[in-house]
Design a protein around this ligand. Structure first.
Ligand code: NAD
Length: 237
């Protein structure tokens, strides 16, 4: 189904993005990665407007079109106490502005059946302390998803995935680390890559503007102190 299709993956040199890139390659796609880390296509910072323009020009010169865009590069996580104005804006440039601008640059070049998958986070709906730059970027990309789905209606489907705890080293956790998730384990990059490929496939042709949370059920359980084994130690002091 993906043979000779052109797939752009930001942050594709490591972690979830690397798994996504690998799965698309296995089924015959041409994968164009942009990452700060060394990779076989393009090294660059997605926070930089001119880098995005150079990268998009190269993809179109090389292939003439795009089938799927996976916005995955990891934004900076810093909190209200330590995060500077510049750092907050940098997180938004990586996690929100780059997905917007790449979509804009590639919009005229999407092939029929094209789609975009934005990698958000379950932190788009819940938070730990001192995570503002990341959480704001993730809330933004989840909302950007439905806005783009409507603007690009009939041309490109746009969906997002909100992962929970995904161990990118494929470590197998046991005990409470695993069982705190109703699914009984920590996630791994394939849990996300499988959904990315599904959302990009014809089987998902009636899904657009949607967010799929893949977190082993973590955001679906209600927690109260001293109920069902959950105990708060200390508190927000
Ligand atoms: P990772 O650190 O393993 O990989 C992230 C990749 O993004 C790296 O290759 C890095 O070089 C690249 N990158 C970072 N900043 C960049 C920039 N400015 N320009 C170009 N490339 C850049 O991270 P991961 O865990 O695989 O995360 C991938 C995505 O999944 C991120 O958007 C992250 O927020 C999301 N996510 C991850 C988890 C998790 O538990 N791992 C949970 C929720 C959401």
């Amino acid at each position: 189904m993906f043979t000779d299709q052109v797939v752009v993956v930001t942050g594709g040199a490591k972690g979830i993005g690397k798994a996504v890139a690998g799965e698309f390659r296995k089924v015959g796609a041409h994968v164009c990665i942009i990452d700060l880390l060394p990779n076989d296509y393009f090294v660059g910072d997605v926070a930089d407007q001119s880098v995005l323009e150079t990268f998009a020009r190269k993809v179109i010169e090389d292939y003439g079109h795009v089938d799927h865009l996976i916005n995955n590069a990891l934004p900076l996580m810093k909190g209200i106490d330590a995060c500077s104005y510049e750092e907050f804006n940098y997180a938004l440039r990586v996690g929100l502005t780059a997905p917007f601008y790449l979509t804009k640059l590639f919009a005229p070049y999407f092939a029929p059946g094209g789609s975009i998958v934005n990698i958000s986070s379950s932190r788009d709906r819940m938070s730990q302390p001192q995570t503002e730059s990341y959480t704001a970027a993730k809330g933004g990309i989840s909302a950007l998803t439905h806005a783009l789905a409507v603007s690009l209606a009939g041309r490109v489907r746009v969906n997002s995935i909100s992962p929970g705890w995904i161990d990118t080293d494929y470590t197998v956790y046991e005990g409470p680390d695993a069982f705190q998730q109703p699914a009984g384990r920590v996630g791994n990059p394939m849990d996300i890559a499988n959904m990315v490929l599904y959302l990009c496939s014809d089987k998902a042709g009636f899904i657009t503007g949607e967010n799929i949370c893949i977190d082993g059920g973590m955001t679906r359980q209600m927690i109260y102190h001293n109920n069902f084994g959950w105990t708060l130690q200390g508190g927000n002091t």
